[in-house]
Design a binder for this molecule. Structure first.
Ligand code: PEP
Ligand code: MG
Length: 377
């Protein structure tokens, strides 16, 4: 898909030929013969490459020098678990639960939460699944929360802040997650943590939910793993302290990029400024991986960056071993992982860390990938 092509519908009309190039973000109207042929050939190559990728499904994601990497899927709906497994996911690294709010006009009940999570946990069949608590507000269904419009919604009462100020709603979700925790390998993840008190308060509400379940005689796992998303510069800065409160981290680059570069992730007017290749973002990712490693806790990355093959070498070189992404990206990323060595990835990361601009970094990463897998680029 291509989005943000302002004015396009007034420039094209029924019967016109157009090419939609989602990879480059281009819409070409009335292409000439040469362009049309180039795209037809590219399409054939893509289909062929797709068949090649299908064959990777049951092969492990191991680098050429024998380092194993975990590839997980991101989902919004429970029925997407199957799609992830079909693409070779080893579990679910991010279950975005706010989509429950799409269903109706009224708030989901604990039973609604429970049913959705049960379906997902059963479908994943004993593999790990990370359920993220509500990330409502800003770009995600702010209208449903019924709150007043905010002037700066991305800096407003969103996500964990919203949950901590609506404890009843938060607790209903936590109870449902705790109740499904006995059905599989379930973890909880809190989004948009910016300070230590937030994770402490969230864990306090979780402890209360546990006590309630205990009193009601409902089973749950007391040792459920609790993680935090690292998606704000402040979380990067205090990652060392957060590591004492959390069992794992997951780097949310979609938000981390927007808060680091002060670029609204959903505003096409500043879209060219929004890039994971910015040296500041890459340094932040490096810092979080370094801290997690030093503190001995697991760290994954579940933003779109994880599913973009341009960044796979770099992320491996920075030490990332757990990637969570949209299911369709998994085969391609596995192909990259299986074609590279960690030694090479570390050299690439070292060079990138010495570079000063996103353009230089992007071009370099694209060139390196092209040398290994021209068909991906
Ligand atoms: C992120 O911010 O990178 C992320 C994975 O969360 P979301 O895209 O749902 O905000
Ligand atoms: Mg986010």
């Amino acid at each position: 898909a291509v989005v943000g092509a302002t004015g396009l519908t007034s420039k094209v009309s029924g019967g016109d030929s157009i090419i939609i190039d989602g990879t480059r973000g281009l819409v070409i109207s009335e292409p000439d013969e040469q362009t049309r042929q180039e795209y037809e050939q590219a399409e054939e190559r893509l289909i062929e490459f797709g068949h090649e990728l299908d064959e990777l499904r049951d092969l492990p994601a191991v680098t050429r020098d024998g380092v194993e990497v975990k590839l997980l899927g991101n989902i919004e709906f429970p029925h997407e678990v199957v799609v992830c497994l079909e693409r070779g996911a080893q579990g679910i690294g991010l279950y975005r639960t706010e989509f429950l709010y799409l269903r109706g006009e009224t708030e989901p009940t604990e039973a609604d939460h429970y049913e959705a999570y049960r379906e997902a946990v059963e479908a994943v069949g004993g593999r790990p699944i990370v359920i993220r608590t509500l990330d409502l507000g800003a770009d995600k269904y702010a209208q449903i929360t019924g709150e007043e419009r905010e002037r700066n919604p991305f800096l407003g009462l969103r996500s964990i802040r919203f949950c901590l100020s609506h404890v009843g709603l938060f607790k209903a979700q936590l109870r449902a997650i705790l109740r499904v925790s006995v059905l599989g390998d379930v973890s909880i993840m809190f989004p948009l943590i910016t300070k230590l008190t937030e994770i402490r308060q969230a864990k306090w509400v979780l402890a209360e939910a546990m006590e309630d379940l205990e009193e009601e005689g409902l089973p749950y796992r007391r040792d459920i793993r609790v993680g935090v998303m690292i998606e704000t510069p402040s979380a990067v800065a205090i990652a060392g302290a957060l590591a004492h409160e959390a069992d794992f981290f997951s780097i949310g680059t979609n938000d981390l990029i927007q808060y680091t570069l002060a670029v609204d992730r959903s505003n096409e007017r500043v879209a060219p400024l929004y890039t994971a290749a910015d040296p500041s973002v890459i340094r932040f990712v490096r810092d979080v991986l370094y801290t997690a490693n030093r503190k001995g806790i697991e760290c994954s990355l579940c933003g779109e960056m994880a599913g973009d093959p341009i960044y796979t070498l770099l992320l491996l070189g920075l030490g990332l071993r757990k990637f969570s992404m949209a299911p369709n990206a998994i085969p391609e990323i596995k192909r990259v992982v299986r074609s590279v060595s960690i030694t090479h990835a570390e050299q690439v990361a070292h060079r990138v860390l010495g570079m000063e601009s996103d353009r230089e970094i992007g071009n370099y990463l694209r060139d390196e990938l092209r040398k290994i897998l021209p068909q991906v680029v």
